[in-house]
Structures are given as structure tokens and as C-alpha cells.
Design a binder for this molecule. Structure first.
Ligand code: NAP
Length: 364
């Protein structure tokens, strides 16, 4: 029997899309949270999905089902292997009135579920940046709807978006936003500053698990550009993807290479990046991969920063965001810390689920 969007105990069912690094960490955090939470605050998980299958119960998935799903995904399997799993196409039947969809995929396909959820008085929590970084005509609803949260999309668990939104609701206005928003590129810049060659720094970022399996995903700057767009739009500047000027940390000809060819040829870029690092050092500065945003557009790429500045002094994969606003003009407001990692990202998502659940209950 289908539920009406509120399970028997009156709470909004949560549907979790994505069982990768963040999705699995989030599921663990929710199970821990539910053990300690009072009954009205418990989070009811009615469905979980990966790219192949969905597992759901019209009321609530049992602890056993969730444990089986975690075991299967941790072992590199698919949810298809979990007893009772249905094809992913069945997921649209779960988008009932009042459901909260938590998107921890990196997919563009989820938009076809997110928008119906909102139109059925449900909510949306995103770690997935893609729905927010589409053309403004497609993405606007996610910035204006009261039942959407997306803290983990910029700076993972750091309170970047909530701070921005809180300033705006207090009547502040933004003049510029600047930040180091990629742990991977931050790490590569720090390593080059310490004397490593570009190819060595990249290899080390891969070995430490900071980089995507194909590191060009990080080096092309597209992920940082999406974050810049999200910050701009949250600050009230409805920029389009084309308003972001992005510098990739490899030449266009490297895009067509296979991953193996790319890995073989990466050392040919060592001299160019050693020179750029040296130029910054000669000027008493340091090279950082920086997003600079204002109402007219954004620029994402390498930038020489003063060594003792907030961005110049960052080490390793740390992130920092600097808000210059009407209230914080002479001395800008800075948020910094670890800006990636499954656990801190999942914690940011869990904070959003809890906040949104309270907000939706109060709005009933
Ligand atoms: N990892 C971090 O530190 C971090 C930090 C901040 C933000 N984020 C963002 O959080 C999101 C998840 O990151 P991750 O590291 O967990 O990625 P991941 O390990 O690649 O996991 C992605 C998950 O999404 C699933 N998926 C893909 N398409 C789907 C669809 N249409 N419906 C349902 N599930 C689908 C995948 O299924 P399969 O398992 O079947 O492949 C996989 O389980 C990304 O958008 C990322 O940018 C991550």
C-alpha cells in the first residue's frame, strides 16, 4: 500500500539517492543519530537507491535492510543484490507528498525526481552540485524554494551556505566572495610550493585519495566553477554557467587523451607549473587555485596570493571562503577548515535533513 507522504508516526519519509562514499557515511550517521534521538526527531528512511536499483518500504526500511545494503555497497556491489530490490525506474513511486529526497549522487538525472518532490510539498537536500549549477531557468527553484537545503555542496561540512543565508536574512548584502574551494587543487598548489613537481604533486594527491579516479575531473576546474556558481546564486547574483571564466590546470589537447596517455604525458607540464610557482615566489607570493566572485561574474583559476593572507597561508587540502559584505567590509568574514571528505560532508547533509525536517513539521 502506498503511503500519503507521512508514515504512520507522522514524519516525512526520507529517500536517499546515492550509496557512494558520502551516502554510506550518511547512512551510518543517521543510524547513530536515531539511536540517540527522541521519537519525534527520529529520521525515517523509506528508500535508498544507487545507479541500478532501489530498496524501499512504504513505511520504513528495517535496520536489517539498511545493514544489508551497507554491507553490499561496502563490498563494491550493487543494491540489486539486496533482497527485495526493485529496478531504479520504480523510484518515482516513492515521490509522495511530503517526502524528503536526499541527493548524494553526482548525477544530472536526479532533477526529474527533485522537482516533483517539491511540487508535492516535499523537501530536497543536496550534496550534488549539478542541479544547482544548471542554467538559471532550470536551477532557480532550488534557490528560492523554502524546502531546499544544500550546505554540503560548498566546503562540505563547513557552515558556508548557512552563514551566507543568515547574513542575507539579516539584511546584509554581498560585494564579493573569494575562496579556495578544492581540497585537491589546494593540496597540489601546497606541494608545488614545497618544491614538488606538478606531476609528483598530482600523483601524491591521487595516492592520498584526494583526487577523482580521473584527476582531470579536478584539474579542469569544473567542480570549483559549480561551487562558484552556487555561491553567486546564493548571494543573490543569478549568474549563468557561461559567466564563469575557468582556467584548467592542463592544456585543452590533454582532454582527448585516454587516462593512461594522460598519466604518461603529465610530466611534460612540470616545467610550466614550476615556472609559475617560481614567479609567484619571486614576487613574495604563493600560487593558489582561487574562485573570485562578484555580481558581474566569476573567475576560477591559479592566482598569486600574499603568503601571509588567509588563502596564501592555507596548507594541504584545506578550504577557505572569504565574504566581503556591507556588515563585514573592512575585515571580511572568513570560514575555513577541511572542505572535503565523506564524513564531514555527510555531517553537513545530516544537519540539513534535521533542519529541514523541523522546518517542514512547523510548516504543516
Ligand atoms: N566525497 C566528498 O568528499 C564530497 C564532498 C562534498 C560534496 N560531495 C558531493 O557528494 C556527491 C557524492 O559524492 P561521493 O564521493 O559519495 O560520490 P560516489 O562515491 O561516486 O557515489 C555516487 C553514488 O551515486 C549513485 N548514483 C549515480 N547516479 C544515480 C542515480 N541516478 N540515482 C541514484 N543513485 C545514483 C552511485 O551509484 P553506484 O554505486 O551504483 O555507482 C553512487 O552510489 C557528489 O555530488 C560529490 O560532488 C562529495
Amino acid at each position: 500500500m502506498k503511503n500519503d507522504g507521512h508514515v504512520s508516526n507522522g514524519k516525512s519519509p526520507v529517500i536517499l539517492l546515492g550509496m557512494g562514499q558520502v551516502g554510506r557515511s550518511l547512512l551510518h550517521l543517521i543510524l547513530d543519530y536515531n539511536e540517540k534521538a527522541r521519537i519525534p526527531e527520529k529520521i525515517v528512511i523509506a528508500g535508498i537507491a544507487d545507479s541500478h536499483a532501489v530498496v524501499f518500504d512504504d513505511n520504513e526500511l528495517s535496520q536489517q535492510m539498511l545493514a544489508d545494503a551497507l554491507t553490499s555497497k561496502k563490498a563494491g556491489g550493487s543494491l540489486e543484490q539486496v533482497s527485495g530490490a526493485q529496478p531504479l525506474s520504480e523510484i518515482s513511486s516513492l515521490i509522495t507528498a511530503g517526502a524528503i529526497i536526499v541527493d548524494v549522487t553526482a548525477s544530472e538525472d536526479t532533477v526529474s525526481l527533485l522537482k516533483p518532490a517539491l511540487s508535492r510539498r516535499g523537501g530536497v537536500v543536496l550534496a550534488n552540485k549539478r542541479p544547482l549549477a544548471a542554467a538559471w531557468s532550470q536551477a532557480e527553484v532550488f534557490f528560492s524554494h523554502p524546502y531546499v537545503r544544500y550546505e554540503a555542496t560548498v566546503g562540505a561540512g563547513l557552515p558556508v551556505i548557512s552563514t551566507l543565508r543568515s547574513l542575507i536574512s539579516c539584511g546584509d548584502s554581498f560585494s564579493s566572495i573569494k575562496g579556495v574551494l578544492s581540497g585537491t587543487l589546494g593540496y597540489i598548489c601546497s606541494e608545488m610550493e614545497r618544491g614538488a613537481l606538478y606531476s609528483e604533486a598530482l600523483l601524491s594527491a591521487c595516492d592520498r585519495g584526494y583526487a577523482e579516479p580521473d584527476p582531470r575531473e579536478d584539474l579542469m576546474g569544473a567542480d570549483v566553477a559549480r561551487k562558484a556558481l552556487i555561491l553567486a546564486r546564493s548571494a543573490g547574483w543569478p549568474l549563468e554557467p557561461d559567466d564563469i571564466d575557468v582556467e584548467a590546470m592542463f592544456p585543452p589537447s590533454f582532454s582527448d587523451l585516454t587516462l593512461n596517455q594522460f598519466q604518461d604525458q603529465i610530466h611534460t607540464l612540470d616545467q610550466e607549473y614550476a615556472l609559475r610557482t617560481q614567479e609567484a615566489q619571486n614576487a613574495g607570493k604563493t600560487l593558489r587555485y582561487v574562485a573570485k566572485i562578484d555580481r558581474s561574474g566569476a573567475k576560477v583559476g591559479l592566482s598569486q596570493e600574499e603568503r601571509d593572507s588567509i588563502l596564501g597561508a592555507l596548507g594541504g587540502p584545506e578550504n577557505a571562503v572569504i565574504f566581503r559584505t556591507h556588515f563585514y567590509n573592512d575585515v571580511p568574514l572568513t570560514i575555513s577548515g577541511p572542505g572535503a571528505g565523506p564524513l564531514v560532508t555527510a555531517a553537513g547533509v545530516l544537519g540539513d535533513i534535521i533542519d529541514l525536517s523541523v522546518h517542514m513539521r512547523e510548516g504543516q
